[in-house]
Write a protein that binds this ligand. Sequence first.
Ligand code: AMP
Ligand code: ZN
Length: 445
Amino acid sequence: MPAPREAAIENRLWSLDEAMPRSELRALQARRLRETVERAARVPHYRDALLKAGVTPGDIRSPGDVRRLPFTTKEDLRANYPFGMLAVPRSDLARVHCSSGTTGRPTVVGYTAEDLETWANLCARFLVAGGLKPEHMVHVAFGYGLFTGGFGLHYGIEKVGASVVPASSGNTERQIMLIRDFQSDALICTPSYALNIAEVAREGGLDPRQLSLKIGHFGAEPWTEEMRNEIEMQMGLYAFNNYGLSEVMGPGISGECFRRDGMHVQEDHFLVECLDPETLEPVSPGSNGELVITNLTKQAMPVLRYRTRDICALDDSPCACGRTGIRMGRIFGRTDDMLIIRGVNVFPSQVEEALLKVEGAAPHYMIEVDRPGALDEMTVRVEMKAAQFSDMISQVQALRERIQRAIYGITGLHANVELVKPQTLERFTGKARHVNDKRKDKRRP
Ligand code: AMP
Ligand code: ZN
């Protein structure tokens, strides 16, 4: 039998700083914020922006003073392509990464040797919080390259003292062979790729629950609790969520502890705000808003109040694990992923949540939005599970209605639901794409 999912994950801290009393943490944040503003002022973009905002490093006395600082957007980073946002000479860089995104200029991020050391420790923290031990063998199926996922996790795993299998992405059969033959204990990839691995294993006659995987650290794309249950059920491992974005650091900004009730933000390195994306005022505690992050320790390329576009809620209630970092809930969606269909705001994560509640629907779907006449139409193409497919032909209509009802229950919208055969929708090795908005092509330039 596979490792029992209930296997207790020991509550261990990588660093005592994770449990720093909040008063101490706030004093540290204030000092580090002031130092960051000093460093940022070396960057022409920030020198101008700080001047315009009328703020000097000396004005920063508490973490709350972050609200006096200018925001940074992806466009600012693009406008300063490639190295205009560096606060150190280019010769001080130890490594360069880029954010994902396939069109236009990439967003370039730089790291000094000290930044890489910090980053590895931040990844080590959440890996250990999620059960990684030095004796583990870890299969990394995140892409190695400009994307921060592969290298970021790689050095974190080495820091913990575990063994890394730097498999990178692609060639799923080979990945499965390596996981099986090396008896890997942990899997690192996007949640959608974990499901892909499980599926390909089954097709090859191997029950993924028979693999030796005990834990999975997944991130880099939005996923739901329903998706976590699905992965755990299919793979017999214990799945943890972690979050990051390249503009601020990469993975390691936050991650779950054994309680898996939100991801602890590593607040001694990142100052987070949760703001209304329209008014840019803080949302009420516990409400969803846009996450805005300020680096506190980054040397090469500190960013001030970076508008992540990621929507989530923050929870500052104490956690039983002893970590004092505030917890962020799952990323509900991105402001730029939000679909407006007949005036109703819909996030792909809501559709995923709805259809995974329905027995017989596989976690593979594509949302198509179009405006054939005057009104928007949403079509959700959903794969049926192979097991049910053969004996469900007669029940297709019933299944379609159940999915329609579930989507209506969560979004308030009537979607056309098309059920497709198992194995027909596209699979992804990295970040999955779930939306095709045809209305975009129809808009006038
Ligand atoms: P990149 O900088 O290219 O790695 O992309 C970072 C983006 O990936 C973030 O801004 C989020 O939109 C998304 N992302 C990363 N981790 C997670 C996660 N655990 N849950 C949801 N979305 C995530
Ligand atoms: Zn905790």
